[in-house]
Design a protein around this ligand. Structure first.
Ligand SMILES: [Zn+2]
Length: 422
């Protein structure tokens, strides 16, 4: 059953509570975790501006015992969480670039894509994913509502600046023909009415076409304690179980699923109209490893306890450094850093500043909800603080050697899954 009440915050200028499961409509939902109140991660106040009133929203995870979707308890108006100057671009992380190149190779080999095939990417960002399909000779089209779409158009990847839905799907189909492949990488968790998106995808796909989605993976999130990826942009936290439930409601069948490294642990899922492809063993393997119902409720209770402990451990580690008079900086200010800093309660007297690479739009602003300034990374190498917390700890393996090579001599700390010095 489709949800009778979609939590639609768009146009309200504020927020709307999620009262029934966004996939299956089940109610009531169980409370799994509360991180308290959080500021929007992309609203950063410029340094020097007089402090003004800022919105804070309750941040709670709910579990549906029927389809096992874990979802945020509140939908916030996209105007608040996706300001037009939205600073995120997918082309800036090597891991993501590599992943998208690999997605193209895997799908082209599995589906036998040729020159006439149209590949449409929903939430196409700066066109990084599509550039791989374009290089391989396929026709490509991006759909991206934010200004980041201009970057894609400038680099020659045709991009429509609209919100995707059944209407846009019909227009695209009329103008460009049906799509052989529709991709959605990490926007599937962001959009309020997920059923309208899947309706649009089904509309746009040709007979025998494939939908490929990449989503942050709930099970990996629980295993590696990534509560810091919980913020208001992410309305839903998928497992193969819950994705299967959603796609089956639209006549789509998952025929391949596998874990990928993006964003600290994601899943890539291939789906097509039921019966188009033989279902690969990967699907059964992933499904059977996922807890369901009561087992998932228990898993979530353990997660909740571990999240609390990790906060106390990190505070205790930072307290020891402060008692010795050490200076502590932060490394990088991704969205997830906002959740961590605010949940743990770090402020400008614990973390002197957070460094971003030169050119980042976040430099010159305060970390959301705090007065911790974001500064050019160069300051880290001049100052040489005794310790630095890597807030993008999920790519610490990529960052730590770079920081050392550039001359940082202090101790690097990863805050999660267990706070430790590298
Ligand atoms: Zn449900």
């Amino acid at each position: 059953m489709r949800p009778t009440k979609v939590a639609r915050a768009a146009g309200t200028g504020s927020s709307v509570p999620v009262e029934c499961c966004q996939i299956c409509g089940h109610a009531p939902l169980d409370r799994a975790l509360s991180l308290g109140y959080m500021p929007p991660v992309n609203q950063m106040v410029p340094i020097g501006q007089v402090a003004r009133q800022q919105p804070w929203f309750p941040t709670e995870l709910l579990h549906c015992r029927n389809c096992d979707l874990v979802q945020l308890g509140l939908a916030v108006d996209p105007v608040i969480i996706f300001p037009p100057e939205y600073p995120y671009t997918s082309g800036t992380t090597r891991l993501l670039r590599d992943n998208f190149a690999e997605l193209q190779r895997e799908s082209a080999a599995m589906l036998g894509l040729g020159k006439d095939d149209l590949v449409v990417d929903i939430g196409s960002n700066d066109g990084t994913l599509l550039s791989n399909f374009q290089k391989a000779g396929s026709r490509v089209l991006g759909i991206e509502p934010t200004d980041v779409g201009d970057i894609a158009n400038d680099r020659g990847i045709p991009t429509i600046k609209r919100y995707f839905g059944p209407e846009v799907a019909r227009e695209v189909k009329t103008e460009h023909g049906p799509a052989s492949v529709v991709t959605a990488a990490n926007c599937f968790a962001h959009i309020e009415d997920v059923h309208a998106i899947v309706d649009g995808i089904v509309e746009l796909l040709k007979d025998g076409g494939t939908f490929i989605s990449e989503s942050h993976y709930l099970i990996g999130l629980l295993d590696t304690l990534q509560y810091d990826t919980v913020y208001h942009e992410h309305l839903r936290y998928y497992s193969v179980t819950s994705l299967k439930h959603l796609l089956e409601m639209h006549g789509l069948e998952i025929f391949h699923a596998r874990p990928i490294p993006s964003h600290g642990g994601s899943i890539r899922v291939y789906a097509a109209k039921r019966g188009t492809h033989a279902v690969q063993d990967s699907v059964r393997r992933m499904l059977s490893a996922e807890p369901r119902g009561e087992a998932m409720a228990k898993r979530l209770a353990a997660f909740r306890r571990d999240v609390t402990l990790s906060k106390l451990r990190l505070l205790s580690m930072l307290r020891e450094l402060k008692e010795k008079g050490r200076r502590i900086a932060g490394i990088s200010a991704p969205s997830r850093a906002s959740t961590l800093v605010n949940y743990v309660g770090l402020d400008q007297d614990v973390i002197d500043y957070v460094c971003e690479i030169a050119g980042s739009l976040k430099i010159g602003k305060f970390m959301p909800g705090t007065q911790i300034p974001v500064v050019d990374e160069a300051r880290l190498f001049d100052d040489q603080p005794e310790a630095a917390v890597i807030f993008s700890w999920h790519i610490a393996d990529e960052l730590a050697p770079k920081l050392k090579a550039k001359g940082f001599r202090g101790t690097l700390i990863t805050p999660l899954p267990v706070p430790r010095a590298l």
